[in-house]
Design a protein around this ligand. Structure first.
Ligand code: PXG
Length: 287
C-alpha cells in the first residue's frame, strides 16, 4: 500500500515524496535523522528523540524550520495517516536545496520528511539464539571529527563496518574507536556483564547516546544491578559472561559469539534475558 509521507509542511502520497538532486542531504549527506518506534499506536520516547534531533542539528548549524511542537504534531499525523500501530518512524532533516559546492548557507530551507512504516526486525529466533558478531577493522569516526552526538545522515563509517560483518556471514560488527576501545555496533549500543556487574562503554568512547541504552540502564538499576560506564577492550568482550546490544530497532539482543570466541555457554545470558523481557514489557505496557 502506498504510504503517506510528511514532506516539509504537509502529507503527500509516496509517489509525490521526492527530493531534489541539489538537496545537500543527497549531495553531501548533510543532514540529521532519528529512527523512532511506534508501540500500541504511541510514539515511543518521542520527546527524547526530538531533543536529540535538535541537538544534532544545532551542532551542525542546521536550522530546523519547525518548532519542536510542530514536528511532534507532524510525526503524530504521519503515524495516524498510515495507520501505524506497531512500526517505525524515520524523521529526516536535510540541509535543503542548494548548489554544487559545500557551502551549506546557500541552502535556504532545510527539507523535512517523515516516513512511518512497518519495521524490518531481526527474526524472532535470533533473539532466542543470540547473534554472532565480528570486530570491524573500520575505526569509528573520531569523536572530534564527527561528534557521536550527531546522528548524521552520513553513515558511511558504520556502513563500512556493516559490510565487514556481512562479508563474514554475521549480521553485526563491533566498532572500536581510534584508541582501540569499544565504541558501539553499527546501529546499536554495546553492553557486557562480568561477575554480576553490567558494563557499558562511555558515550565519550564514540557511541551515540542511545535512547534504548538509557532506558536499559534505568531498568537494570531498578533491578538492583550496578551499571559501570568504562572503556572496554576487545579482550573484555572476549572474556565477558554476557554480551548484548541495545537500539531502537533491535531493542535488547544477546550476542553469543565474537571473532570465533564463544560467550559463556553460547546462549544469551540470564541478565540479558531479564533485561530483554523488562524492556519488552516497558515499551509495550506503556499506552
Ligand atoms: N548507535 C548508532 C550508531 C545508531 O545509529 C544506536 C546506537 C542506538 O540508539 P537508540 O537511540 O536507537 O537506542 C543507533 C540507532 C535506521 C535506524 O533506520 C538506526 C538507528 C535506530 C533506528 C533506526 O538505520 N540507530
Amino acid at each position: 500500500m502506498a504510504l503517506k509521507i510528511w514532506l516539509d509542511d504537509k502529507l503527500v502520497g509516496q509517489e509525490d515524496a521526492k527530493i531534489s538532486v541539489f538537496d545537500h542531504g543527497v549531495l553531501y549527506g548533510d543532514g540529521v535523522f532519528e529512527g523512532i518506534r511506534v508501540y500500541n499506536g504511541k510514539i515511543f520516547e518521542l520527546t527524547a528523540h526530538i531533543k536529540r534531533l535538535y541537538d544534532s542539528a544545532k551542532v551542525i548549524r542546521l536550522d530546523i524550520p519547525m518548532s519542536k511542537d510542530e514536528l511532534i504534531k507532524a510525526a503524530e499525523k504521519t503515524v495516524k495517516a498510515n495507520d501505524v500501530i506497531d512500526g517505525y518512524i524515520r524523521l529526516v532533516v536535510t540541509r535543503g536545496i542548494g548548489t554544487l559546492g559545500l557551502n551549506p548557507f546557500v541552502c535556504e530551507n532545510a527539507t523535512v520528511f517523515i516516513i512511518a512504516d512497518n519495521i524490518q526486525l531481526y527474526p524472532k529466533e535470533l533473539y532466542e539464539k543470540g547473534l554472532k558478531v565480528v570486530s570491524a577493522t573500520t575505526v569509528r569516526n573520531h569523536p572530534l571529527a564527527i561528534p557521536p552526538q550527531v546522528k548524521s545522515l552520513n553513515y558511511l563509517n558504520n556502513i563500512l563496518a556493516k559490510i565487514e560483518a556481512l562479508d563474514n556471514d554475521v549480521p553485526e560488527a563491533i566498532m572500536y574507536n581510534h584508541e582501540g576501545y569499544v565504541a558501539e555496533a553499527t546501529g546499536d549500543n554495546v553492553f557486557i556483564v562480568r561477575d554480576g556487574l553490567i558494563y557499558a562503554p562511555p558515550v565519550e568512547a564514540g557511541s551515540l547516546d542511545g535512547i534504548t541504552r538509557s532506558i536499559v540502564i534505568k531498568l537494570a538499576k531498578q533491578e538492583g544491578f550496578e551499571v559501570v560506564e568504562k572503556n572496554l577492550t576487545r579482550a573484555d568482550l572476549y572474556i565477558c559472561d554476557e554480551f548484548f546490544l541495545t537500539g531502537t530497532a533491535a531493542e535488547v539482543i544477546g550476542i553469543v559469539e565474537i571473532d570465533k570466541r564463544i560467550i559463556s555457554d553460547g546462549k544469551p545470558g540470564k541478565i540479558t534475558e531479564l533485561l530483554r523481557k523488562k524492556f519488552f514489557k516497558y515499551v509495550r505496557g506503556k499506552k
